[in-house]
Design a protein around this ligand. Structure first.
Ligand code: SF4
Ligand code: SF4
Ligand code: SF4
Length: 228
C-alpha cells in the first residue's frame, strides 16, 4: 500500500509542476476554479496539488532539507491554538478588514508575473518564502485566508485519511512529516480543516495503517487536543 502512495507523490510533483508552469506562462488560477467543487466530498486537493504558492513553499522546504537545514515546528502546546490564526484572519476579512499586501499568495499568483504589486507586498511574500526554508508551509499554516475558507468547506468531506488504530505503533512518523502540523496519529479519520491531501503521512507509515478512504461517520474527531 505505502509503495503505491510513493507513486502518488511522484504524480503529485508533476501536477504541481504543471500548475506552476501554467501560472508562469500566464494562465491565471481563476481558470482552474472548477477544481474547487469537489472539496466537499474529497477534501482540499487544491492546496496539496495545485496552488503554486503552496508548491513554492513546499519546494523551498524540500531544498532546505536536502542541504541539511533543520526544520522547525511550533511546540504542540502552541500549535494547538496557533492553527486557528488563519481562520481568525478569514473572519477579519469577512468583516471587511482587507488583507491587501499581506496576502502573499495573491501577490505571488496575481502580481509577480504582471509586475503590478507594491514593494511592501513583494517584501512580505519574500519573507514567507525565506521562512519556508525553515518551517513547512508557514503561510499556508497560519496566514492563508483562501486555504482557511477551503479548509472549512472540507470539514464535511466523505473521503480522507483513515487510520487503522489496531496496527498503529505510535511511531510519530505521520505526525512528524505532516506539513500542516496535524496530529495524525491521534485521529481515526483526518477531517482536520488544515489537511491538504498531500498523502505524505500515508506514504511514510511503516505499518500501512493509513489510507485515503471513505469516512464512516460525520461525528469522528476533527481536531486533536491531546499532547503525546
Ligand atoms: S493554504 Fe493558501 S497558499 Fe497554501 S496551498 Fe492553500 S491556497 Fe495556496
Ligand atoms: S506512521 Fe503509522 S504506525 Fe506510525 S504513528 Fe502514524 S499511523 Fe501509527
Ligand atoms: S494529514 Fe496527511 S494528507 Fe493531510 S496534510 Fe498532513 S500529511 Fe498531508
Amino acid at each position: 500500500m505505502a509503495s503505491s502512495y510513493k507513486y502518488i507523490q511522484i504524480l503529485r510533483f508533476f501536477v504541481q509542476v504543471f500548475f506552476m508552469l501554467a501560472l508562469i506562462v500566464g494562465i491565471h488560477l481563476n481558470a482552474w476554479k472548477w477544481l474547487l467543487i469537489p472539496i466537499f466530498i474529497f477534501g482540499v486537493f487544491f492546496c496539496g496539488w495545485v496552488c503554486p504558492f503552496g508548491t513554492l513553499q513546499e519546494w523551498c522546504q524540500m531544498a532546505a532539507r536536502k542541504v541539511g537545514f533543520k526544520s522547525y515546528k511550533l511546540p504542540l502546546q502552541i500549535q494547538k491554538y496557533a492553527f486557528i490564526s488563519r481562520y481568525l484572519f478569514l473572519a477579519f476579512s469577512l468583516l471587511g478588514i482587507t488583507w491587501g499586501t499581506l496576502d502573499a499568495r495573491r501577490t505571488f499568483t496575481d502580481n509577480v508575473w504582471t509586475n503590478t504589486g507594491q514593494i511592501t507586498a513583494y517584501l512580505i511574500m519574500g519573507a514567507f518564502i525565506i521562512a519556508s526554508f525553515f518551517t513547512p508551509r508557514p503561510f499556508c499554516n497560519y496566514f492563508c485566508i483562501g486555504g482557511a475558507r477551503m479548509g472549512l468547506y472540507s470539514i464535511v468531506r466523505f473521503f480522507g485519511i483513515r487510520r487503522n488504530q489496531k496496527c498503529c505503533i505510535h511511531c510519530h512518523l505521520c505526525t512528524k512529516i505532516c506539513p500542516m502540523n496535524i496530529q495524525v496519529e491521534e485521529l481515526n479519520f483526518v477531517r482536520h480543516p488544515n489537511c491538504i491531501n498531500c498523502f505524505r503521512c500515508v506514504g511514510v507509515c511503516p505499518k500501512n495503517c493509513l489510507a485515503y478512504r471513505k469516512c464512516n461517520s460525520l461525528g469522528q474527531k476533527i481536531v486533536s487536543n491531546q499532547n503525546k
